[in-house]
Ligand binder design. Structure first.
Ligand SMILES: [Zn+2]
Length: 473
């Protein structure tokens, strides 16, 4: 049975230090001896004839220097030797190959596979093949899971050497935080133990960790800009620049137009585009809840619309967009509108409209009279006209109309009023739609039993025949 190959190659760095070395120099010379010590400047070697030499790194042949630095632990190699564990290589119907470790829940019909991105279930009849194989451990486990398995297998490290081995393993699998913890532990337990190696490795891992974190922050900035979270993104750019001033990722910020200035620009453009919709929808919402207030009079509603609604709207929009009220007002002034919006006073048009009321016809033609070509016509006396008007419905006072109106009718009436009466909006034009009850005539006619037509003022538009419609932007 195969064993997991945890420890393979883990402690090369430490072992190599006391071994005899042949070091190739730049100009073709070689030095035979043992390496006594090393740091970022160079090597101290003791040759076999007893001489002690200090060799700066720039005297060593470049590829030789890199090999030695890696061996001596002075640079952190991005390890490419994958950790392999026994697992399964599964070929799907599509021809794609996945690898993982079989989970206990598998049946004869279904294969359950542990994968780094979570457990997967495959119906066996849809698989081309399932073969045991040595697979990349990171295909089946996340770095943290793999690290935990290592600790479970080896027990908690106690000695400096154990911690260093744990560090190297954690680093290889990409569990950088854990690897750094072990390095710190090495220094704590024995400050004299390969201080250069520990220091160099620590710097290397910190660099990797920083670049991983910087990359994560960078991705976050990109996501936040895409979802319109500009203030968050700006704070994150500050954070990234402050925490990782030397990171090459800062160059990517400008490459992808994610600098602070660019984000502020993008934010302005974005707000300019959406301010119009946001403003209007907040006006609507505020009006909608206002008109539902109990015992609210028309006069109060009008006062509120003119005096309070503009400020309340600016405040609500500011909250929603996460900017201050002044900026909202500025944006609103510079808004980009795609077209006009409309609001109609509806059957409350008579409250504000100064149009002349339509008079009903003064004649009352009987059905027996036939066409208009002649015949005697009875002119109704002025007294009769008066009595007709008296018979008709009584025009409500504005407050009566308001009290009787539904919340929807009230709300639209106030929107039209807001558009005309405040400076928030620009009225593009006013036009009229026909009264739906009298078809624009202003009066209603009824046929009496005797065939006479009686005219009554329309009790919707009150003889205006139309609704006032405000087009605004
Ligand atoms: Zn009407």
């Amino acid at each position: 049975m195969r064993r997991w190959v945890w420890a393979l190659g883990l402690s090369l760095g430490v072992a190599a230090i006391v071994r005899g070395e042949i070091v190739g120099l730049k100009h073709g010379d070689v030095v035979h001896g043992t390496i006594e010590s090393q740091d970022e400047k160079g090597l101290r070697m003791k040759t076999f004839d007893g001489a002690e030499l200090t060799i700066p790194w720039d005297s060593v042949a470049p590829e030789e220097a890199e090999r030695l630095k890696k061996t001596l632990g002075l640079i952190v190699a991005e390890s490419d030797d994958t950790i392999r564990i026994p697992g399964l290589r599964v070929t799907l119907a599509s021809g794609d190959v996945v690898t993982g470790v079989e989970l206990p829940g598998s049946t004869k019909d279904e294969l359950r596979l542990k994968r780094a991105d979570g457990p997967q279930t495959y119906p066996r009849n849809q698989l081309q093949s399932v073969e045991p194989d040595d697979i990349d451990a990171l295909e089946a486990y996340k770095p943290k899971e793999l690290y935990k398995l290592y600790v479970d297998e080896h027990g908690a490290p106690a000695s400096v050497e154990d911690h260093f081995a744990a560090f190297e393993y954690a680093r290889r699998i990409g569990a950088y935080e854990e690897s750094l913890d072990h390095l710190k532990k090495c220094a704590e337990l024995d400050a004299e133990w390969k201080p250069e190696v520990v220091k160099a490795q620590r710097e290397g891992v910190e660099k990797i960790l920083a670049s991983v974190e910087a990359r994560g922050l960078f991705e976050k900035i990109r996501r936040d800009v895409r979802s319109g979270e500009f203030n968050k993104a700006i704070a994150e750019v500050d954070d990234l620049t402050k925490r990782y001033p030397d990171s090459p990722i800062l160059a990517d910020l400008s490459k992808e137009k994610l600098t602070k200035e660019k984000i502020v620009d993008a934010q302005k453009t974005y707000f300019k585009k959406r301010i119009s919709g946001d403003w209007i929808s907040n006006v609507k919402e505020l009006i909608r809840s206002k008109v539902r207030e109990k015992d609210l009079s028309l006069q109060e509603a009008k006062n509120w619309t003119e005096k309070d609604l503009p400020d309340q709207t600016a405040k609500k929009v500011a909250e929603k967009l996460g900017i201050d009220v002044g900026t909202v007002r500025e944006l609103w002034k510079g808004r980009v509108t795609l077209g006009n919006r409309t609001a109609s006073y509806g059957n409350g048009t008579f409250l504000i409209e100064k149009l002349k009321p339509k008079k009903p016809p003064t004649t009352s033609g009987g059905s027996s009279g036939g066409g208009s070509s002649g015949g005697p016509r009875r002119r109704p006396s002025s007294q009769q006209q008066q009595s007709q008007a008296d018979q008709g419905p009584k025009k409500p006072t504005p407050e009566e109309w308001w009290t009787a109106a539904s919340p929807d009718v009230r709300a639209e009436w106030l929107r039209a009023y807001y558009a005309e009466r405040t400076k928030d909006l620009e009225v593009a034009r006013i036009d009229y739609s026909q009264c739906v009850k009298c078809s624009g005539k202003g009066y209603l006619s009824t046929l009496s039993g005797s065939g006479d037509v009686t005219y009554l003022p329309c009790d919707r538009c009150w003889q205006l025949g139309k609704d006032r419609v405000v087009h605004f932007r």
